[in-house]
Design a protein around this ligand. Structure first.
Ligand code: SAH
Length: 236
């Protein structure tokens, strides 16, 4: 992650700079470079960055794209539209794989909101990267394009959603205990009349078999309820 820098060329709207910083921080990136921003620093950038103002404060400003990428081993230009003449084209996922293989400092370079990247800026990079979109409309908002790239980088780095709280699962014995308890309650309440031909037992087995992983605590709750109902009925 430390090897990846995000370069915004001539951004017009400071709000987009802030939103890009936020998109980066949420995905563990923090090296933001601004090439000749129209207006920066600016309050709109801070509003949009929210808790990522630290990324903004550390952002370096360069007067040329060359200056922002000269110490990188590769630069990837992001473009909303294919060009007749361009460096090698990669989709965003393939670009992230390539960047990781290089295992050195690399830059992802974004264009101005209205004009995109100039030809000169694009050819200063070795790759042209496209985020797949509808063929009807391919132009994402600048900060949203940064978000998609940053997300791909994060996922490629092996990000996993932290597992929720894990509970002890019910064993076969626990579940059989529940069935026995259900049967006892069904007989005791005369809800189930033996010999009536009802398929009650099979039905609740089918029902519970559709629950992928019953937790022991869940089985205990149901059994506790049945126990309480039976005790009440028996006047205990
Ligand atoms: N009208 C401009 C679009 C600018 S959007 C044009 O046609 O080029 C601002 C920047 O966001 C673009 O320069 C590019 O770096 C990035 N971007 C937007 N949509 C993208 C997409 N589908 N794929 C890759 N980059 C995209």
């Amino acid at each position: 992650m430390e090897r990846i820098r995000i370069v915004l060329c001539r951004p017009s709207h400071p709000g987009n700079i802030g939103a890009a910083a936020r998109a980066m921080k949420a995905m563990g990136l923090d090296d933001l470079r601004l090439v000749a921003p129209e207006r920066f620093p600016a309050p709109e950038a801070e509003w949009m960055a929210t808790s990522a103002v630290d990324v903004l404060q550390r952002a370096r400003i360069h007067s040329s794209l060359h200056d922002a990428i000269k110490d990188c081993v590769a630069a990837f230009a992001l473009s909303a539209r294919p060009r007749e003449w361009s460096p090698q084209v990669l989709d965003v996922r393939a670009a992230v794989v390539r960047a990781r293989e290089l295992a050195n400092d690399v830059a992802f370079v974004f264009g101005n909101e209205t004009a995109g990247l100039t030809n000169e800026e694009m050819f200063a990079c070795q790759f042209l990267v496209h985020i797949p979109t509808s063929s009807e409309f391919s132009s994402l908002n600048l900060a949203q394009a940064v978000q998609v790239l940053a997300y791909e980088i994060f996922v490629a780095a092996g990000a996993a959603v932290p597992p929720g709280k894990t509970e002890k699962l019910a064993t076969v014995e626990d579940i059989e205990g529940l069935y026995a308890h259900l049967e006892e309650a069904a007989l005791d309440s005369e809800f189930f009349v033996p010999g009536s031909g009802s398929r009650l037992r099979e039905r609740w087995r089918r029902l519970f078999s559709r629950v992928p992983a019953l937790e022991r605590e869940e089985v205990n709750i149901l059994r506790g309820l049945l126990r309480a109902l039976l005790a009440k009925r028996r006047g205990q």
